[in-house]
Design a protein around this ligand. Structure first.
Ligand SMILES: *Cc1c(COP(=O)(O)O)cnc(C)c1O
Ligand SMILES: [Zn+2]
Length: 452
């Protein structure tokens, strides 16, 4: 099989020369302590022409031949070529739709605005793209006799949901560390239902991260956070997939919300790999969007990335990116430098308003997607993004996971948010006359608004 011809390994991002096989339990360089990345044998990959890669990837979309119908494993040679197909733990993640944001675009004067719906996935977030790779590798290691008792992660909600589901599918025990009262009800119930050991810690995400790193030190519990670069490898396929969905044309601008900053690094890696292998010849511009309450990278950006300081994040509605000490900041800065990057931030009011505006055009945006949409609106106003730019906003999770956010918005109970687009149900007796009267009022109000 093709997979045997290609190879990849962990490599230190600092370029100190350290390398490890992908089935070794190692998260940081043992020489200098930096993070690792997955490095592919690019010469081997270059033996296939760009046209043949495009053809191969296109031929696998919608295919049920295990595991290539997955958006991630359809690009197996570029992701994790060494793993046995039988050991792959996949739910045919990826291949999520691009939503043509026609009405939202018109409202902003844009012609070519799209939203990549990564939340339309098994557990409702893009985290599935990386988790399939990580859990597959764990499954393979267990199959080869490695003593791994369980897989663990710290999470702001979506990583734990994804880890729990993939481990349950494979029959591997999982452990999740969650900051108490800082994630949505849906996100908490997901790992509970998938039989994860759920540890609710009285701290924030950064505190959970410290504990999980301690717990996983002796290597019998495998660490599933995105400092483990196997996850970033899977998430990298978002870039290839978006370009593929535009018949291999590169968009002008991509906007992505960021917290621990693994996903923006993944996005950059995907485009770099396509450039290196000749599938594309142009780079998009990458915009990283942060909540103002949790904006360490934005602060660093204002100083030209000359230094980076962790902060204590404030409470934000965008709970999945409420992170002050992002583990992948070095990788993120590299990606932003390589892709003419911009960092923008959004206040609570801006993110909630942007999500509500998008919902009025048929989306159902989670607060993090709201952060990215708010960044879009600000950058279009500042004319940094031009109205003709083909722009893709990455929607990272499904809005249905965030019902407290949605109902709070419409009830007008969210802190620091003016619910300008609130739309509460109209309470009425079952009386056709009264209903007609109320309807006339509502319809007139909407007609007035549409005329503005
Ligand atoms: C994890 C997550 C993010 C942030 O991704 P990072 O890789 O941590 O930057 C954004 N949005 C949602 C919904 C997430 O679950
Ligand atoms: Zn090193």
């Amino acid at each position: 099989m093709d997979g045997e011809r290609y190879s990849a390994e962990f490599r230190c991002i600092a370029g100190c020369g350290e390398r490890y096989p992908l089935d070794e339990i190692v998260y940081r360089c043992e020489k200098c302590g930096n993070l690792l990345e997955v490095a592919h044998d690019m010469d081997r990959l270059r033996e296939k022409s760009p046209a043949r890669w495009r053809e191969l990837f296109d031929s696998r979309v919608g295919n049920t031949t295990w595991p290539y119908g997955s958006g991630v494993w359809g690009k197996k040679e570029w992701v994790c070529p060494g793993v046995d197909n039988e050991n792959i733990v996949s739910m045919f993640e990826g291949n999520t739709n691009l939503f043509w944001a026609k009405r939202l675009g018109e409202m902003l004067g844009m012609k070519d605005l799209w939203v990549k719906m990564c939340g339309n996935s098994h557990t409702g977030s893009f985290k599935d793209l990386g988790m399939t790779v990580l859990v597959s590798m764990v499954n393979e290691m267990i199959g080869r006799g490695k003593k791994i008792q369980a897989v663990a992660c710290a999470s702001t909600g979506d990583t734990s949901a994804s880890l729990a589901a993939y481990c349950a599918y494979a029959g591997i025990p999982s452990i999740v560390f969650l900051p108490s009262n800082k994630i949505s009800t849906a996100q908490l119930v997901q790992p509970m239902s998938n039989d994860s050991i759920v540890m609710s810690l009285d701290t924030n995400f950064d505190g959970c991260m410290k504990v999980v790193q301690e717990i996983t030190k002796d290597n019998t519990i495998y660490l599933a956070n995105s400092m483990n670069s196997l996850r970033v490898e899977g998430q990298k396929t978002i870039s290839v997939e978006m370009v593929q969905q535009f018949d291999w044309e590169v968009p002008d601008v991509i906007i992505i919300p960021g917290g621990n900053l693994g996903n923006v690094s993944a996005l950059g890696n995907g485009f770099s790999m396509m450039m290196e292998l000749g599938l594309i010849s142009k780079k998009p511009r990458i915009v990283l969007a942060q909540a103002e309450k949790a904006n360490p990278l934005y602060r660093s950006y204002l100083k030209g990335f000359s230094d980076f300081e962790a902060i204590t994040p404030g409470k934000t509605l965008a709970s999945a990116i409420q992170i002050g000490d992002p583990v992948s900041y070095r990788k993120a800065i590299k990606a932003l430098r390589d892709f003419d990057g911009i960092v923008e931030q959004a206040t609570e009011d801006e993110l909630a308003d942007a999500a509500a505006l998008s919902d009025r055009t048929g989306l159902y945006s989670c607060p993090h997607t709201g952060v990215a949409l708010a960044a879009l609106i600000k950058l279009v106003e500042k004319q940094v993004i031009s109205k003709n730019d083909r722009t893709i906003v990455i929607s990272t999770a499904h809005g249905l996971k965030f019902s407290e956010f949605k109902i709070g918005y419409h009830e007008g109970s969210l802190p620091e948010v003016q619910s300008r687009r609130a739309n509460m149900p109209v309470p009425l007796p079952p009386d056709a006359g009264r209903v007609r009267e109320a309807l006339e009022k509502e319809l007139a109000a909407r007609a007035k608004e549409a005329a503005l």
